[in-house]
Write a protein that binds this ligand. Structure first.
Ligand code: HXC
Length: 283
């Protein structure tokens, strides 16, 4: 049974927006990123999603394909901590789908632990997944993103065309510091800096790089982990708009940044959190 469109994107987008485009996404077997890809596929894209578990990633790819009859979504098992694994995942995507226009770098790992509970290995482990993993994905994807950027700008007669865009999925916990999140906060701060550098270094070659920083999004793995240490009702009341975010809120942000409407947005962080981080109580 296909998931109703209203659960993962607004009515404002038009069908066919991403016809002929391909999106490559790490963390694509997880809840939040899978809905981003589902929305892109609904609007015409084909996709390659990457996850650590072959079985889970394949099953999610089949599920996402139900968003649009005739779409192609491939699931590839790879570990973002390994550059050779990410090179192989990118090669598989290019071999099966031709090339790709967009990358969503969303794979992350997290758990709740105080600095005293956190071993050096545990800290390093999250840095390896979130920060080094983002770099590895970018590094493997970059030649293809640059090629897409160059060919779309030529064919569209613009300095930057509608392809060759990357979105990093970060967080807001690094803005204020959040207890029990030293590892993820440090890693996400690095991800923000990485994206800013990509934006400036690769912008002249037609690419754009932006960050989406989700706040508390209901039904996601991150929220599940945070909930172990939080009273969700009390947390929800601290969010200025009075509700948790949804996967649709994040997918809508992705569509905007990858659409023609987002073509002059580069090096930005789009916080999608209902104003939560400004209260200093977002976790
Ligand atoms: C303290 C912990 C721990 C915990 C693991 N470790 N869980 N330390 N408290 N609760 C330590 C282990 O003891 C070990 O250190 C080290 O971390 C590595 O653990 P492994 O289990 O061997 O690692 P691995 O199998 O690679 O698993 C990685 C993982 C796991 C991050 C621990 O949770 C994972 O794979 N998660 C992926 C999905 C996920 O978390 N998604 C949510 C993302 S949410 P020692 O010293 O013992 O060897 C997100 C949003 C951010 O990113 C913002 C939210 C607020």
């Amino acid at each position: 049974m296909p998931v109703p469109k209203s659960q993962y994107m607004s009515e404002v987008w038009r069908d066919g927006l991403f016809d002929g485009k391909v999106v490559f996404c790490t963390g694509g077997s997880g809840t939040m990123c899978s809905f981003q890809v589902r929305a892109m596929v609904h609007l015409g894209a084909n996709a390659c999603i990457v996850g650590r578990s072959a079985e889970k990633t394949e099953a999610m790819a089949r599920d996402i394909e139900t968003a649009r009859p005739g779409s192609r979504v491939i699931g590839v098992a790879a570990d973002v901590r390994s550059i050779s694994s990410m090179m192989a995942a990118v090669d598989k995507c290019v071999k099966e789908l031709g090339s790709f226009d967009f990358a969503i770098i969303g794979a992350a790992g997290n758990f709740i632990a105080s600095i005293e509970q956190l071993s050096a290995n545990a800290f390093q482990n999250v840095m390896n997944i979130d920060l080094a993993g983002s770099f590895n994905t970018l590094k493997a994807a970059l030649p293809h993103l640059l090629r897409s950027a160059s060919s779309s700008s030529k064919s569209e007669g613009k300095k930057s065309g509608t392809s060759g865009r990357v979105i990093f999925i970060s967080a807001t916990i690094q803005y204020t510091g959040l207890p029990m999140q030293a590892h993820a906060g440090a890693a996400k701060a690095g991800v923000d800096a990485l994206s800013a550098t990509v934006a400036i270094e690769m912008g002249p070659r037609g690419m754009t790089s932006n960050v989406i920083a989700p706040g508390p999004i209901e039904g996601t793995e991150g929220m599940g982990k945070l909930s172990q240490h939080n009273n969700d009702t009390a947390l929800e009341k601290t969010i200025p708009v009075g509700r948790f975010g949804t996967v649709r809120d994040i997918a809508d942000a992705v569509i905007y940044l990858f659409s023609d409407a987002g073509s002059f947005v580069n090096g930005e962080v789009l916080v999608v959190d209902g104003g939560a981080w400004r209260t200093g109580k977002s976790g």
